[in-house]
Design a protein around this ligand. Structure first.
Ligand SMILES: NCc1[nH]cc(CCC(=O)O)c1CC(=O)O
Length: 309
């Protein structure tokens, strides 16, 4: 029986996600041997600059994709929200397992609620999407960039001058940190999450049909539907996680309900649309068109120009 080699970044989050997938494949009855191969990516090496300035999420996936082309690895597990909206030739996201919590977590020193933070309090995040929405709710706060893995952000909250930080609930749970750290769960009506947040993307060679059949055992049709609606919207806006875009879709009976967000980094303009429908791509497209009609493309273009300069 074929041994399957899985590529993973070295971070605790990446290794945990990879182990989660292998564990679920085993539980689904797959008896193949699995080997995990650790790969160091550029994104892991560059820690002292704003992520959006150095090329965004592509930095985390390039080396892994090369290993896949070279057949050094057979598949890789990524955070869905780190996946570019377009995939390189010959590789695709073949499998989407069931989604973890989609929300952002607000974690404050001394558990002070977001509405009670004093003016000028410092909130740490390196995401323009989070910055835009936090400033929209609280224009009197200060946003300060914070980098590093989840564990080191929690440490920086305790040791540096941050009053609060924002992290994905899913990441926190996956690395085994306690949800008791969370002061508030930010529902999508307060902070629309990143497209794909909480979901995993399993990427492999398009022609590896034997592997597709195995991986299909852990595909989750509902997550696939909602993530497809979200990613269609992201693709049509030519967005990535380095610009202030968010999208979250849920199911209501047979309907998909997508809330899509585009804002300016200063939070002064916040555009949101909620679209309901039955076909994921049509829902994503309708949300994109509605936001584009309201000037979303111009916002995205302007942010991209500022990041380039
Ligand atoms: N941007 C980094 C990143 N990429 C994926 C996750 C975990 C969240 C997820 O699984 O979607 C995180 C951490 C965070 O945003 O707090």
């Amino acid at each position: 029986m074929r041994k399957i080699v899985v590529g993973s970044r070295k971070s605790n989050l990446a290794l945990t996600q990879t182990d989660w997938v292998i564990d679920h494949l085993r539980k689904a009855g797959i008896t193949n041997e699995f080997e995990v191969k650790k790969i160091v990516t550029k994104g892991d090496q560059i820690l002292n600059v704003t992520l959006s300035k150095v090329g965004g999420k592509a930095l985390f996936v390039k080396e892994i994709e090369k290993a896949m082309y070279d057949k050094e690895i057979d598949f890789a597990v990524h955070s869905m929200k780190d996946m570019p909206s377009e995939m390189p030739d010959g590789l695709s996201i073949t499998t989407i397992p069931v989604r973890e919590d989609h929300r952002d977590a607000y974690i404050a020193k001394n558990d002070i609620p977001l509405k009670d933070l004093p003016a000028g309090a410092i909130v740490g995040t390196s995401s323009l999407r989070r910055k835009s929405q936090i400033l929209a709710a609280r224009p009197d706060l200060e946003i300060k960039w914070i980098r590093g893995n989840i564990e080191s952000r929690i440490r920086k909250l305790n040791e540096e001058d941050y009053d609060a930080i924002i992290l994905a609930v899913s990441g926190l749970k996956r690395v085994g940190l306690s949800e008791e750290l969370i002061t508030e769960y930010l529902e999508p009506d307060v902070c629309v999450p990143a497209v794909g947040q909480g979901a995993l993307a399993i990427e492999c060679r398009e022609d590896d049909e034997e592997l597709h059949a195995l991986l299909n055992q852990i595909n989750d049709a509902n997550t696939e539907k909602t993530v497809t609606a979200e990613r269609t919207f992201l693709y049509l806006l030519e967005g990535s996680c380095s610009v202030p875009i968010g999208g979250y879709a849920r199911l209501d009976g047979g309907d998909i309900i997508l809330t899509a967000f585009v804002g300016t980094p200063d939070g002064k303009t916040v555009l949101k649309e909620t679209v309901r429908g039955t076909e994921p791509k049509a829902v994503g497209k309708e949300a994109a068109e509605k936001l584009i009609n309201r000037g979303a493309k111009e916002i995205v273009e302007k942010v991209k120009e500022e990041l380039d300069s």
